[in-house]
Ligand binder design. Sequence first.
Ligand code: 9MR
Length: 374
Amino acid sequence: MKPSNFKYQLLFICSIGLFSATFAQNQPTSLKEAFKNDFLVGTALGAEHILEKDAKANQLIKKEFNAITPENHMKSMNIHPEWNKYDFYLGDKFVEYGQKNNMYVVGHTLVWHSQLPRFVGKIKSADSLKLFMTDHINTVAGRYAGKINSWDVVNEAIEDDGTFRKSIFYNLLGEDFIKMAFDLAAKADPKAELYYNDYNNEQPAKRKATIEMIKKLKASGTKIDGVGIQGHWSINSLNTKNIEDAIIEYAALGLKVAFTELDLTVLPNPWDLKGADVNQNFENSPKMNPYPKELPDSVQTTLAQKYEELFKVFLKHQDKIDRITFWGVADNHSWLNGWPVRGRTNYPLLFDRNFEPKKAYNSVMNLKKNNPNL
Ligand code: 9MR
């Protein structure tokens, strides 16, 4: 080889090396970094996370996410167990955790028919229920005023067919309970963004009813800032057309859209059950729990493809989407291990039981790595 040729080859190799090093340096290394110009990326925390019991989980939460939602401990049953008794221990710790780590803090949830304290179940009159709602919202939203970035004010008030859910709130107060809840929340914490949150509300009938309900609220002068689409979906029936239509239609109302409880079940759904009605449960059996030890590669790949499909839609509409929150940190901590069949092994999130990123994590990250401008 002539010395001059060698010199050029060396120069070429060095340039490639330098280019790859710079390229690698500019690559995002976490979800929150990858999507920083698009939307917040959040997770739901349990008590063990808030109390920083597990070093690996703690490290992962801080590295990957910039928004947090309390999975259970701000629900009325836990935070307001008796008429005159509140328990703010975990709520306070949760808010502290978010502030300390510079995270967007979501309050979940002020008015929900499920996980109600016992005493509420015994209420028989509209006046007593109003008293409960007023005291509850004033006290809880009031305590964290200025510290919570957004509240899921009302959760799951509409059924899949578009009718109002016949909850204690609806039965005693009619649909006005929704307006009442939002007005109370706006007064108790004027700075928080106020969301209506539901599952299956990307589907046409429920979406239509939700839009009507929101239009009425807005027309009456009530403050509502966003719609939360929970996003409890399945790799077997993910419908991105509905999701895209819902983003466009909710945003057209002048509202922010957030995906508030995202997970994709990989397990068979008894009776093709969709959504998240927590009152349903089914018997366990080997057929219903096909991957008790590990997830086969083929399913791992399908999960990755589905997450990629979903995030492509999210990125396409990033101007309308404020936040994508996963319902859990890693697969070991997912409500889908216990619902709608108890004791199953599910794999719905981006991190596995050892807190390692799954193929699905890479497929989502690669959307930004390979297309920085997407
Ligand atoms: O993930 C939550 C689970 O730990 C609770 O047992 C369950 C009971 O109410 O609630 C789960 O979270 C729900 C959320 O608060 C509202 N949307 C549906 C979620 C999954 O059921």
